[in-house]
Design a protein around this ligand. Structure first.
Ligand code: ADP
Ligand code: MG
Length: 655
């Protein structure tokens, strides 16, 4: 378990040194107190892991608070550093810095590449992405067209932004270029407080993959180590702001509200997390995009540092206090950090890519620099097409869902049309019936009333058997009936239903029934006269025709929309096929390189064998040579001795 480390940084004051402010923030070691005429005010004293006064530059903040996170990220631990504070308190200055005083992001990039170039025993693969959250929407800062990206979550990748561009990089300059590109796309606005105040939260992300290098490059199948994958987030938050103070309105006001909302959610998440243990309860990560993306950093597997930037001026005392309270709560959070080692297929694939690179380098020898560039591009393309494939799959899924919803709606509309058609048919039929009834047996008033209403029920209407319906009491029975006092002379269908308790239960059927005109009871006490049937039918029929017309129109519009969507879907499908082909081509290439590798390895083995044979031969020759040399040497010494002897031996006189 590891606590989030929290540092507070004061930026230089912008008010003149002679301005008489009665309050000052005083720093002693790692504690800060607000003093009034040099006396600390109670409730305004805070202690942190580190406090940086205005004289300290970015390099010190980096060394003290951030460097350990960067080192850990290279070793496979997730890491997050973010700057929090009110607008114009120095967040962007801390993260990006200036030319003279580079900020945490450039310092981290330099550090990472310096370290990995020195680490000879491991190989690294680094990807970077740069995004912003502007008005609760995620935009890719490296690709202007990639806006409003969705957040997804799955077991293998955890929480991730779908469709974001990830660039594979091999040196610090390349990353700085990408940062510059992203910076240009960032939303800047103008408030009264800070002319270039950043209006969005930005997340600069590096994914660092590494694996141990192989000792013996001739041996195959020696890949036993796992790939370490760590994610490093460097976050520059938009400033919290008091709208009254900044004087924002219109678009600025909307931005401000979004910024404040997401910071409030961040505060809530921090509050909950700082409670710890069982009291924690539900953590509202999903309430904002910011907390959702930073979820692993805030309450999970990541080393995290927060730099709270504050402004020293008197006018900002309340904001500074708010920031310090946030920092105090954040200090209580603990995370559970561990190295991320991956042995899944995805990581194996990555390993394969590294392997290809290594092999190519070996094959091409001295041209490696040019080839590295080509290789980098190829790998980037491959990675991009993988990402594109992911994005397309997500889009396709969404399209499918939309299509399903549309089909469902069309079906519903068709049902409605059918119902209405049936109704109109039944209206004709009913009208015909009632005409026929003239002069025939006189229906009882109840039956006649029921018939008059029968034509407006929907086909789903569960028609009660006429015998089962409690007969409407005649006026003679009125005294004993349950009709309420306020019944007056009017009864609507609701009341009618209630009075017939339970006989008509299909409420849905009633909901689908068009509103009925109120039926007036006759003033005569003796019998109920059926309301003018033809008039009623004609009106209802007219209304139904209108409804039918509307529904048809809606249906046509829906059908049009549907066919458009289908067209788009087809285009997407084609694109997907194209991309799949590309991926297949790339895979073919990989396979080709693999087979090349096999051939080269075979040749190398053969060469090695021949070399060994030659060595053996040479060794044998050397042995023979040295034996012969020995023999010759002894022969030579013998003959010399003989010559010496011969020289010194007295010559016997010839007799
Ligand atoms: P924020 O990102 O918090 O809104 P900025 O980083 O843009 O604020 O800082 C506001 C202004 O203050 C900028 O002009 C910046 O250069 C300056 N500033 C902030 N912090 C420092 C610092 N530590 N040293 C020098 N200048 C600073
Ligand atoms: Mg800023």
């Amino acid at each position: 378990m590891e606590k989030i480390s929290v540092g507070v940084r004061f930026r230089p004051s912008t008010s003149s040194p002679h301005s008489d402010s009665s309050h000052q923030w005083q720093i002693s070691d790692n504690a800060i107190s607000l003093c009034h005429l040099n006396t600390p005010i109670s409730g305004y004293t805070f202690a942190f892991d580190h406090v940086f006064d205005e004289s300290l530059g970015n390099a010190v903040v980096y060394r003290v608070l951030i460097k350990s996170i960067i080192d850990a990220a290279i070793d496979g631990f997730n890491g997050t550093a973010f700057a929090y504070g009110q607008t114009s308190s120095g967040k962007t200055y801390t993260m990006n810095g200036s030319e003279m005083d580079p900020g945490i992001i450039p310092l981290a990039i330099k550090d990472i590449f310096d370290t990995i170039h020195k680490t000879s025993e491991r190989e690294f693969l680094i990807r970077v992405s740069y995004m912003e959250i502007y008005n609760e929407e995620i935009n890719d800062l490296l690709v202007l067209e990639s806006q409003k990206l969705p957040i997804h979550e799955n077991l293998e990748r955890g929480v991730y932004v779908a469709g974001i561009r990830e660039e594979i990089v091999s040196n610090a300059e390349q990353v700085l270029q990408l940062l510059k590109l992203g910076e240009e796309n960032r939303h800047f606005g103008e408030t009264n407080m800070n002319a270039r105040s950043s209006r969005s939260h930005t997340i600069f992300r590096m994914v660092i993959e590494s694996r141990a290098k192989e000792e013996d490059s001739f041996k195959e199948d020696t890949i036993t180590d796992a790939v370490r994958v760590s994610v490093l987030n460097l976050v520059d938050l938009a400033g919290s702001e008091r709208i009254a103070k900044t004087g924002a309105e219109g678009v600025r006001l909307k931005e401000g509200k979004h910024i404040n909302k997401s910071l409030m959610v961040l505060g809530n998440v921090i509050n909950k997390l700082s409670e710890g243990g069982k009291q924690r309860g539900h953590i509202p990560y999903r309430d904002s995009k910011l907390t959702r993306i930073l979820q692993p950093a805030l309450g999970g597997n990541a080393k995290t540092s927060i730099i709270c930037t504050v402004a020293p001026e008197d006018v900002h005392v309340e904001e500074t206090r708010g920031t310090l309270q946030f920092a105090s709560r954040a200090k209580r959070i603990t995370n559970c950090v561990q190295v991320n080692e991956i042995l899944t297929d995805a990581a194996l694939l990555k390993r394969q890519k590294l392997e290809i690179e290594e092999l190519r380098k070996k094959l091409m020898g001295s041209h490696s620099e040019v080839l590295e560039q080509v290789l980098l591009k190829q790998r980037n393309d491959m990675h991009k097409s993988e990402l594109e494939r992911d994005r397309l799959a997500t889009e396709l899924e969404e399209e499918r869902k939309a299509r399903y919803a549309l089909e469902h709606r069309i079906l519903e509309q068709e049902k409605k049309i059918e119902n209405i058609m049936n109704l109109s048919v039944s209206a004709h039929f009913s009208s015909a019936c009632s005409q026929k009834k003239v002069g025939e047996r006189s229906a009882t008033p109840d039956e006649a009333h029921f018939l008059a209403f029968d034509h407006i029920k929907t086909p789903n209407f569960k028609c009660p058997s006429i015998d089962f319906v409690v007969r409407r009491p005649s006026y003679k029975e009125l005294e004993s009936s349950p009709i309420p006092d306020n019944f007056a002379d009017v009864a609507d269908e609701d009341l009618w239903t209630r009075l017939n308790k339970g006989c008509v239960t299909d409420l849905e059927a009633f909901q689908m029934t068009p509103p009925l005109p109120v039926q007036e009871f006759p003033s005569s006490e003796t019998s109920l006269v059926v309301p003018s049937n033809e008039e009623l039918q004609a009106k209802n029929y007219e209304r139904l025709e209108e409804d039918l017309h509307d529904v048809r129109k809606q249906c046509e519009a829906l059908k049009e929309q549907y066919s458009k969507l289908e067209e788009e879907n087809n285009i997407l499908k084609e694109e997907k096929i194209g991309l799949t082909d590309d991926v297949a081509c790339l895979e073919n290439e990989i396979n080709q390189v693999k087979s090349e590798k096999q051939v080269v390895l075979k040749e190398l083995k053969e060469e090695k064998r021949k070399l060994n044979d030659l060595r053996e031969e040479v060794r044998r020759l050397i042995t023979t040579f040295s034996q012969k040399e020995g023999m010759l040497t002894s022969l030579y010494s013998k003959s010399r001795a003989f010559v010496e002897n011969t020289k010194t031996a007295p010559i016997a006189p010839h007799e």
